[in-house]
Design a protein around this ligand. Structure first.
Ligand code: M6R
Length: 613
């Protein structure tokens, strides 16, 4: 949540910051702003709304300066308005700061400052932290570096901050704890950002500061210290991402592009892990390390949030079915605040697209403290979650810019299925023939996904009849139940229509009271071992007047006869049907959002990477 960018060098900073903010806008779009430092003067520009509002706001302004910081906000403390927009200036006007995260003890710090005559322009915790640094600096006549160290030792919460001061006009300070930061090293210049996308096109030499580190950047050199002032040597890495991966590539929306990338991104997830011609699992170092970690595990606890939690739920079904290891699935936000029982050898498996979700990170820290082994499934390379894991697997889905998870959800499912298959193979918990059948079908999926994408026009025309719906139910059983949950989440976030996902048989225990002739009910009714049961559930809804929209297997004649609208899916193994069914539900939500005239890439109130709890 919140995107931050910074630049120090000899180029004009503003165009670099603006481009970076556009790339980071998916992290929050309540307001944006920049500060430029030029000849010991701080020039501040900030505006409520998206980055394009800022762009219009600065038209005609002198935007000189080759040091600067920029921010795009997802509001936590204080409503989205111009005053609460970042950057913030210190009370004396000499320092400017941007921040991603939450300062939990800001109220106490603010009281100290108010007692000492400080006044505030905004309602933000960021302005409090900035003024607290100024307060310590002036009170104890400290250097800015010392004041920063001391302030951060007293602050509770999570943050990544960038700080400029007119007293140190050739320095850019950064610090992080919990919130992400990547630093790009150029020739006599540095680029800073919440993720690597703003760096593309400038440098591919980067480092990722660890928690509780302060980075002091001058044009020709840099220094990393911890909060006690001790020197740290960062690990420099090569950035492998390509610029074209973050462009829309001719599509109207990132979400659309990312849905259409799924045959390729899914192939990338399989590549090197399964023979793409025969479907045999490849015993790479990667997979061997997973298997040796998991095969003796007494239990797996999956922790994640949102769509990643839905992937985890399906992971539970698959791992228990194939590998016969007991699995529990927890919301990271609940796990972190309860007192879970963790046995020696338990594996806590985190699933996260961003690798930065605050609740998931803290849940893992807690599990680690209690002796669990940590495995993670992550998309963003070099992010915090894999860095704190004993082993990890990347989904290799490529950058996902649309706020809704689409191709990365599919990648998470891909890794979970490969994990379940490879442990099962090692443990002989299912026959080698069954593994072979699944492997062969897995490598057919990219082609089948392409076939499902061809239904886009049909889905588009069906959606026209449902755009005035105020509620939608998604019902599935077995492997399709987590997909029903995912379908409902997608619809809520993209179209703002209230939606619920339920196990179809649970309807009778309450939600069936909602059914009337106005309620669209989406049934995931592809052929599996619950097929006959779900037909009974469809009948129950139909008898009460609900409008049935069904996902059915090609050739099925029973389900379409009961439904008002049907989407047909190619036949596949029942364990793998979720890979196809979810594509229909993604397209369905996308079309609902588009036909209602909504911003599908940046839905209201959301942010892609939830780095605050
Ligand atoms: O980055 P993560 O996978 O940890 O994010 C978890 C959720 O915030 C995320 O899945 C969210 O629910 C999706 N954007 C929904 O499409």
């Amino acid at each position: 949540m919140c995107g931050i960018v910074g630049y120090i060098g000899f180029k004009e900073a503003f165009p670099i910051l603006l481009k970076g903010l556009k790339r980071l806008e998916y992290r929050g779009y309540d307001s944006s702003g920049v500060v430029l430092l030029e000849e010991e003067t701080l020039q501040l520009f900030k505006k409520k709304g998206k980055v394009k509002e800022l762009e219009q706001f600065v038209e005609g302004e002198q935007l000189a300066g080759n040091i600067g910081i920029g921010h795009t906000r997802w509001a936590t403390h204080g409503v989205p308005n111009d005053l609460n927009a970042h950057p913030h200036l210190s009370f004396d006007g000499n320092m400017a700061m941007i921040h991603n995260g939450i300062i939990e003890n800001y109220a106490n710090l603010k009281q100290i400052l108010v007692d000492n005559g400080f006044e505030f322009k905004s309602e933000t915790d960021t302005e409090v932290l900035l003024n607290y640094i100024q307060f310590l600096k002036n009170k104890d006549l400290l250097s800015l570096e010392m004041a920063l160290q001391q302030a951060l030792q007293q602050v509770k919460g999570t943050y990544c901050i960038l700080l400029l001061s007119v007293d140190e006009p050739n320095v850019l300070f950064a610090a992080r704890k919990g919130s992400p930061l990547v630093i790009g090293i150029g020739k006599n210049e540095f680029f800073l950002a919440s993720d690597a996308t703003p760096l593309l096109g400038y440098t591919n030499e980067v480092f990722y500061p660890n928690n509780e580190e302060i980075i002091i950047l001058r044009r020709h050199d840099y220094q990393v210290i911890n909060f006690n002032g001790e020197q740290v040597t960062p690990v420099i890495q090569e950035l492998l991402m390509e610029e074209k991966a973050i462009e829309k590539g001719g599509f109207d929306h990132y979400m659309l592009k990312e849905m259409y990338e799924q045959p390729e991104s899914f192939t990338n997830c399989l590549r090197g892990r399964i023979q793409l011609d025969t479907g045999t699992l490849i015993k790479t170092e990667d997979i061997r390390s997973w298997v040796s970690l998991f095969q003796k595990a007494p239990r797996i606890i999956i922790v994640s949030c949102g769509s990643s939690w839905h992937a985890g739920l399906l992971g539970e079904y698959w791992i228990e079915e194939l590998a016969r290891i007991p699995v529990e699935v927890e919301y990271a936000s609940e796990f972190r605040y309860r007192n879970p029982i963790i046995y020696p050898g338990d594996i806590v498996l985190a699933i996260s697209q961003s690798g930065e979700t605050a609740d998931t990170l803290v849940a893992l820290e807690k599990a680690k403290d209690q002796g669990a082994l940590i495995f993670s499934i992550v998309n963003v390379v070099g992010s915090s979650i894999p860095r704190m894991s004993d082993a990890y697997a990347y989904t290799h889905s490529g950058p996902e810019i649309g706020v809704a998870s689409t191709k990365t959800f599919l990648g998470q499912l891909g890794v979970l299925m490969l994990l379940a298959m490879s442990i099962a193979e090692e443990k002989n918990s299912i026959s080698s023939e069954r593994i072979m059948t699944l492997g062969k079908e897995m490598i057919r999926l990219p082609h089948l996904i392409e076939e499902v994408l061809k239904q886009h026009d049909h889905i588009k025309s069906v959606v026209k009849s449902y755009t005035s719906a105020t509620d939608v139910l998604f019902l599935g059983r077995g492997y399709n139940f987590p997909i029903a949950l995912e379908g409902a989440l997608k619809l809520k976030e993209i179209s703002y229509i209230h939606a619920e996902g339920y196990p179809a048989a649970e309807m009778k225990h309450g939600p069936i009271a909602l059914v009337d002739e106005h309620l669209p009910v989406v049934f995931l009714a592809t052929k599996d071992n619950c097929y006959e049961k779900i037909i009974s559930n469809i009948q129950e809804i139909k008898a009460r007047g609900g409008k049935i929209i069904a996902l059915a297997t090609e050739g099925d004649q029973i389900v379409p006869a009961l439904a008002k609208d049907t989407f047909f899916l190619p036949e596949t193994d029942e364990l793998l049907a979720p890979f196809l069914n979810v594509i229909v539900l993604q397209l369905f939500s996308y079309e609902m959002g588009i036909q209602k005239g909504l911003d599908v890439d940046q839905p209201r109130n959301l942010a892609k990477s939830v780095t605050v709890e």
